[in-house]
Design a protein around this ligand. Structure first.
Ligand code: DGY
Length: 325
């Protein structure tokens, strides 16, 4: 029996590869990195499945190069790297990896909240540089997290997990989302408010919505100007939700107190990005889901989704449900 051909364009964990062995005939990209576009397109000529992730742009050009393609399994919960309407038009299934990375990503958002508010990265550098000569009342004073107000934009799984953590810190939870979340309102006492009110009232504004044409540039100069001078913006979702020039000015000129960023418009972020020069901007290299449990879970889930489609079963995490008849 000939096995369906698959291209694994990201070096996923062994726990995922193990599931593929014996079920599909696959080639895997050995090292982190984006395969050169022409090589990638050549490798896709005969494949029925692609397991990819954020660095691989999946669009009409790619679909044209892969006429037998039936499924693109994204090793990520976000799928803004994929032209989903185009896939749907061609009857190609798109899947993602929700749930397994929720706790890790919420933990990371909370790490950014604490690190930014309490100036932890700056404090670590200060100590190691030998500048710590004497303890003093104003030494590295930051913002208090406990008892403050958090505004969550996007109350999906990750937004709710952040809200749960915030309640553990006695924070008041405001949220703005595409749709109301009755569960968060009843169990976490989260209050749905218009975006303008959320921006005006929150001490921390944390982004957890997907990147779409309607959320691109959601936070720009006007929004940043409406925030408290003591507020901190946290972004663990997608870089293009925020206008980086406006954020730079806001943090440099004190419109807001600072920002904590795990994601950027261009990734890896170029070292001459002005935001990296600011001490009140805490930055991580897109590691929201980088826990052992989450990454293994993503490998398993993306392999399972891919296999399901190729074996004629409806995948658990089908994004474009309308393709499954
Ligand atoms: C995702 O899954 O969308 C993250 O950004 C990477 O884990």
């Amino acid at each position: 029996m000939t096995l369906p051909k698959v291209y694994v364009g990201i070096p996923i964990q062994e726990v995922g590869l193990k599931l593929l062995r014996g079920n599909v005939d696959f080639k895997v990209l050995e090292k982190n990195g984006v395969p050169p576009r022409d090589e990638l397109l050549r490798d896709l000529r005969d494949v029925e499945g692609l397991l990819g992730s954020i660095p691989i742009r999946v669009d009409a050009e790619l679909f044209d190069a892969a006429p037998k393609l039936r499924v693109v399994s994204n090793y990520a919960v976000g799928y803004d790297n994929i032209d989903v309407p185009e896939a749907t038009k061609r009857g190609i299934c798109i899947t993602n990896t929700p749930d397994v990375l929720t706790p890790a990503t919420a933990d990371l958002a909370f790490s950014l909240i604490l690190a930014s508010a309490r100036r932890l990265i700056e404090a670590n550098a200060f100590l190691r540089s030998g500048d710590w000569k004497v303890w003093g009342p104003e030494l590295l004073v930051g913002q208090e997290v406990a008892g403050s107000t958090i505004g969550i934009i996007g109350m999906g799984n990750i937004g709710q997990a952040v809200a749960k953590r915030a309640r553990g810190f006695d924070m008041k939870v405001l949220y703005f989302s595409r749709s109301r979340c009755p569960e968060a309102e009843s169990t976490l006492d989260a209050k749905y408010v218009p975006l303008v009110e959320l921006l005006r009232e929150s001490d921390f504004v944390s982004l957890h919505c997907p990147l779409t044409e309607s959320t691109r540039g959601l936070i720009g100069a006007k929004e940043l100007r409406s925030m408290k001078k003591t507020a901190i913006l946290i972004n663990t979702a997608r870089g293009p939700l925020v206008d980086p020039q406006a954020l730079y000015t806001a943090c440099a000129e004190g419109w807001i107190w600072g920002a904590g960023l795990d994601v950027f418009v261009k990734e890896p972020v170029p070292l001459d990005e002005p935001l990296l020069k600011l001490v009140n901007v805490t930055t991580f290299p897109h590691i929201g889901s980088a826990s052992r449990i989450a990454r293994d879970g993503m490998a398993i889930r993306s392999a399972e989704n891919l296999l399901s489609v190729l074996q004629g079963k409806k995948p658990r995490d089908l994004v474009n449900k309308e393709v499954w008849k």
